[in-house]
Design a protein around this ligand. Structure first.
Ligand code: SAH
Length: 370
């Protein structure tokens, strides 16, 4: 018994009391349980943590995002006050780099107030430290709590951490996937006995045609719809960056990462990061359905190059020592290069704006979306 993490003990109790636990509930408990949730008590980022994100790879990432935000502010008609919002800011590195980069644009810098949505007290502390000299910051539990007003909203590797549902295609229809305790007393996947009624109708056609055994993953629309409604009603735009696919499709991407390695998502509950790929077509469609405008998605490599990352890298290397030059070169390759080492094509970038904003920098619509 004592071999289980405290969270697994709790999850087992719930399964014994209530029956199999849907994947979405499992993921939600593992990541954000107030006492034992993965994000609540630790800083998972960086070399000594579990995973590394783009802002932690190179300062160029946050700097270019800052300049992107400045161009959005221009497109918004340069309002005297704009809320600079970030969802899930991690260590606060991207925001710090963005704010430093826009110092060269004092009118924009003065218009900005910083608002962070973060559930983790540990990471709030890191953000407070990182941004101490840069800005006055307000924190919130959720997007809905941020006061009204035009906003520029950033979300890097936020959506992948939001719980997914999974369904398995059977002869009888689509059955929600859940987690049970199996005959060997281990946590294991199972499916609900009954198919979800009329689920087919909600599916993208390509998924409707998926063979028996296929898995489909989806997220509730709450966050994207809240974002989309906010920019639609109060002006501004959101930038969503994450790993995922341009088009909705069947396939399993639910994964656990600890110490930079994949692990079994059903072991060590609360001790590994659980994520799943982001379905960018579903995000864009949900935003358009409520009357916001979607821009892209485009691949991260193309986005950063279009914002001038190569020029920025050259500028950084000019007066730098050899070690820093190597870091900049490696950072550029990692952020824009191909898989498996590079994030350039696996990561996608989607803009969501007020419908009156026709284009957003580096996010033109040439990438297909139906
Ligand atoms: N954007 C950062 C961190 C990514 S990790 C970076 O790129 O480095 C995911 C971040 O989202 C963490 O800050 C985590 O605490 C936060 N987070 C995860 N789920 C959340 C939720 N449901 N509500 C608010 N923040 C959440």
């Amino acid at each position: 018994m004592s071999d289980y993490s405290p969270l697994e003990t709790l999850i087992r109790k719930q399964i014994k009391a209530n029956g199999p636990m849907p994947v979405s509930r499992y993921m939600q408990i593992c990541l954000t349980h107030p006492q034992y949730g993965y994000y609540l008590k630790r800083d998972p980022l960086g070399r000594d943590g579990d995973f590394v994100t783009a802002p932690e790879i190179s300062q160029m990432f946050g700097e270019l995002v800052g300049l992107w935000a400045a161009s959005v502010w221009h497109a918004m008609g340069m309002p005297a006050e704009v809320k600079f919002i970030e969802l899930g800011p991690g260590r606060g590195t991207m925001m710090a780099d963005a704010l430093r980069a826009v110092k060269i644009l004092p009118a924009f810098r003065e218009a900005i107030s910083v608002h962070l949505v973060e559930k983790s007290p540990t990471l709030r502390d890191k953000q407070r430290e990182k941004l101490a000299d840069a800005a006055h910051v307000e924190w919130y539990e959720q997007i809905e709590d941020i006061p009204e007003g035009p906003a520029i909203i950033l979300a890097n590797e936020f959506f992948d951490a939001l719980p997914i549902h999974q369904a398995v295609r059977k002869e009888t229809g689509w059955h929600e996937r859940a987690i049970e305790i199996d005959g060997d007393d281990a946590l294991a996947f199972t499916t609900a006995p009954n198919p979800m009624p009329r689920f087919d109708v909600l599916l993208p056609p390509v998924v409707r045609a998926a063979p028996v055994g296929a898995i489909f993953e989806w997220r509730p629309d709450n966050e994207i719809i809240t974002l989309a409604r906010r920019v639609r009603d109060q002006g501004g735009a959101a930038l969503i960056i994450d790993y995922g696919h341009l088009r909705s499709d069947a396939g399993e991407t639910f994964q656990a990462v600890a110490r930079h390695n994949y692990t079994n998502p059903l072991r060590n509950a609360g001790l590994a990061d659980l994520t799943a790929h982001v379905d960018f077509q579903a995000l864009a469609r949900a935003a358009e359905d409520v009357g916001a405008r979607a821009h892209g998605p485009v691949e991260q490599g193309a986005f950063l190059k279009s914002l001038g990352i190569e020029t920025r890298a050259q500028a950084l290397m000019k007066n730098a020592d050899e070690d820093s030059q190597k870091l900049t070169t490696a950072g550029l390759a990692r952020l824009t290069g191909p898989s498996p080492e590079g994030m350039g094509s696996l990561f996608k970038v989607l803009g969501i704006s007020h419908p009156a904003i026709q284009t957003l920098a580096a996010l033109s619509d040439q990438e297909a979306k139906s």
